[in-house]
Design a protein around this ligand. Structure first.
Ligand code: SF4
Ligand code: SF4
Ligand code: SF4
Length: 267
């Protein structure tokens, strides 16, 4: 059977997802046995514009990016959004809190006029993608799973359970018990709770679950509670609802994240 030709492309991002894929080491070599690499700037010189599968990393932040990703979409049979920049906007979308001109001035000062920019958005907001790999950086387990699904012609749907499920399945200590704030209850799992495994809170890098209950999550972090652990956290941080929303927005600001009924709550 003819091998699929794969290509990796990057848009606005740190390229950490591609670097993570390289950390698969021998497993990566096993995967690459089943494909031909047509383009991958991080690992080879030269590239072909004949490819079947495009792994696309990063966000769309310029008009020229729109044309480029549309061309990739036209060429490839299969497009994969690689990482949270490409899939959900990630940190890049925080730029959209400022008017684009202002954001350019903050970054480039007097040189701002030389740069072209548009509100940042994930690749998934511009073209249809066939697969998504989430995380900042990507979960390598999920990358492998998606890669195998591509090779075998199967669909892949990212899990739609909170990180807490994986955390409890592994019997990790809940970091709320250490007085830390964790976004695991509203964040899509699939990373095997790697952060809480090391005693660190989840900051939400895989994006929000479908229909997360942000209202309840904010209430837990801001209101008085009968439960002493949650009460201690709420009192320790004294967060306002806006500050809680800032935490949720870190990876999830496309489209701009808001509470549904802001006027019903005082801070
Ligand atoms: S998702 Fe994170 S690690 Fe991956 S490219 Fe974007 S910023 Fe870098
Ligand atoms: S540490 Fe975070 S992910 Fe784990 S159970 Fe607690 S809130 Fe959920
Ligand atoms: S625990 Fe949270 S922040 Fe850490 S990798 Fe998983 S989703 Fe990302």
């Amino acid at each position: 059977m003819k091998k699929k030709r794969i290509a990796f492309f990057d848009f606005a991002c740190c390229e950490g997802c591609q670097l993570s894929v390289l950390q698969l080491d021998e497993k990566l070599l096993d995967l690459l046995d089943h494909v031909e690499v047509a383009a991958w700037r991080e690992v080879m010189t030269g590239e072909s514009d004949q490819y079947d599968v495009a792994f696309c990393e990063g966000s769309i932040t310029r008009e020229t990016d729109i044309h480029r990703i549309q061309n990739i979409r036209q060429t490839a049979d299969i497009v994969v959004s690689l990482g949270s920049c490409a899939s959900i906007g990630c940190h890049n979308a925080l730029k959209n809190r400022w008017p684009t001109k202002k954001a350019l001035e903050i970054v480039y000062g007097e040189q701002a006029k030389h740069f072209d920019s548009i509100p940042a958005r994930p690749i998934t907001a511009v073209v249809d993608v066939d697969y998504q790999v989430l995380g900042c950086p990507v979960s390598l387990t999920e990358f492998e799973a998606v890669f195998k699904c591509i090779l075998t012609g199967q669909a892949y749907d990212p899990p739609n359970e909170p990180v807490c499920v994986e955390c409890k399945r592994n019997d990790y200590l809940c970091v709320f018990e250490k007085g830390q704030i964790c976004l695991g209850p509203v964040t899509r799992c699939g990373c095997n709770a790697i952060c809480t495994a090391f005693g660190e809170p989840c900051h939400g890098c895989r994006g929000l679950l479908d229909q997360p209950n942000l209202e309840a999550a904010a209430t837990v972090l801001t209101a008085d509670h009968l439960h002493k652990i949650m009460d201690a956290v709420a009192h320790q941080y004294q967060l306002t609802r806006e500050e809680v929303l800032d935490k949720f927005s870190l990876y999830n600001n496309w489209p701009e994240l808001t509470f549904e009924e802001d006027d019903t709550h005082d801070t």
